[in-house]
Design a protein around this ligand. Structure first.
Ligand SMILES: [Zn+2]
Length: 249
């Protein structure tokens, strides 16, 4: 029952994170003006603001101008709902729950922002960095030295990749990994880094083969970082142990 409550909370916040991810990089306020159709500008009714269902109900288009609504938005809402429910299911009322919810929130926002603008705004990273430090002080989720070493590893590894590959890794991605390192610790941020590279290669490669991604066109990397970081946050230790066991066999 409470898990269902977290699912509903995630759906509603997911809808808000779409707004944050779309407006902050554009330098717009996240509270005003109220949600409107980006195509015809008509203000959305209360019914049209219901997460996921409104998309299904409207069949993915604006009621007035018939402009298509991107499937990304209901997908983000649903994903945040599921991530919140999963976090509560796994952690219960543990102090780590707050950090897990904040992490899911950060990942959803940078996902939207990077897909829409190829950009991860510093403002968002700074707000979340401050939030994670405050959370670790009130509801500890990680020893401080592991958090700070994680942050350093999270910064240096993608930075080295950016230097070697001459900028294939964006500055936003590097800073995002630094924040993620604080949350995940040094072991799991390594797992997150390699998982996101793996997801990027597999999913990006499949998208290229299917013609959904054009060769030579820059691809937003935050969606893969989001996948990698989320998987590492819950399964990082298992993946780490499995990998080193596999190597020592
Ligand atoms: Zn419209």
């Amino acid at each position: 029952m409470i898990t269902l409550g977290f699912f509903a909370l995630g759906l509603i916040l997911g809808s808000f994170y779409n707004v944050v991810g779309l407006r902050v990089p554009a330098g717009e306020s996240i509270v005003a003006p109220p949600s409107h159709c980006p195509h015809c500008g008509r203000r959305l009714s209360a019914l049209e603001l219901v997460p996921v269902f409104s998309y299904l109900f409207l069949k993915g288009q604006c009621r007035t101008c018939r402009a298509k609504i991107s499937a990304l938005y209901p997908a983000i809402e649903l994903a945040v709902g599921l991530l919140f429910a999963w976090a509560f299911h796994r952690l219960g009322w543990a102090p780590e729950l707050a950090a897990a919810l904040a992490l899911a929130s950060l990942l959803a926002i940078v996902f939207v922002s990077d897909v829409a603008y190829m950009l991860i705004p510093d403002k968002i990273l700074l707000v979340f960095a401050a939030l994670f430090v405050a959370l670790n002080a009130c509801l500890p989720f990680r020893p401080w030295e592991d958090a700070f070493i994680g942050s350093a590893v999270g910064f240096l590894l993608p930075y080295a990749v950016a230097v070697v590959s001459r900028g294939k890794m964006g500055g936003g991605d590097i800073k995002l990994f630094a924040v993620l390192g604080f949350v995940l610790g040094w072991k799991n941020v390594l797992v997150a880094f390699f998982l996101s590279a793996f997801f990027g290669a597999v999913i990006g490669g499949a998208g290229l083969a299917a013609g959904m991604i054009k060769r030579g066109k820059p691809m937003p990397f935050a969606p893969f970082i989001a996948l990698g970081a989320w998987a590492a946050s819950f399964f990082g230790t298992d993946i780490w142990n499995w990998y080193f066991h596999f190597l020592s066999d």
